[in-house]
Design a protein around this ligand. Sequence first.
Ligand code: BMP
Length: 228
Amino acid sequence: MPGKLVNFGERKQSWVILALDFPKYKDFLSETYRLLEKLSNMLAGVKIGLPAFLRVGPEEIGELAQAFKGELYFLADLKLADIEDVTLEEIMLIESMGFDGAIIHLFPQCISKPPRTDIDLYGLVSMSCRASLIDHHFQDLLDYAGSLRLTGVVVGATKPDMIKRARERLGEALILSPGIGFQGAAPGSALKAGADFEIVGRSVVFSQDPLGELSRIVESQRVVKRGN
Ligand code: BMP
């Protein structure tokens, strides 16, 4: 399982995870199927956020994940930041829905040992927004992520120095970086700083030409990859 996301990236030559958050459409689910069919050749994965989850519900999200199995990596971003037993229950339910991975927030530090699960876990250790309280404890959070032996971490693309520090501290762990496009970070910039995947939402989803916009982002990534 840990290599699954990496394999999708290599196969598609795209290191984009599309963030699906905003239930902008009247019929979010059927629009999402159409969008993913159009974009799937150029996406490594899809991140399902809480608004989308609340809009369509777990059953239909599970069906969406099943429909694109083998084509896209499905990552659940349900802002998990609870006591250990509750978080473990949430992870188990996310796994049973067919997701390949889940993001957990590490700042509560409630998880006492590496969670036993077959899905990949990514610990959020810094955010793309200000989040200065979290950043104040960045090194501790990196150490904590290391001790939990997670698949990877989430670090904002708007903070390239922190991506570099995460890479130094965590070696081979995957680094996922949101904040590309709409939040100001340039496509490819997080990869350049040492991230493995860039999470992109609104700049593609809200574009008049999502395929064109995604193609431009992927091309920037390929340029960075060729330079590495
Ligand atoms: P957008 O490209 O539309 O800004 O979306 C970014 C996505 O990444 C959203 O789903 C958001 O919840 C997520 N995200 C983020 O932007 N910053 C973080 O620090 C952590 C996130 O999960």
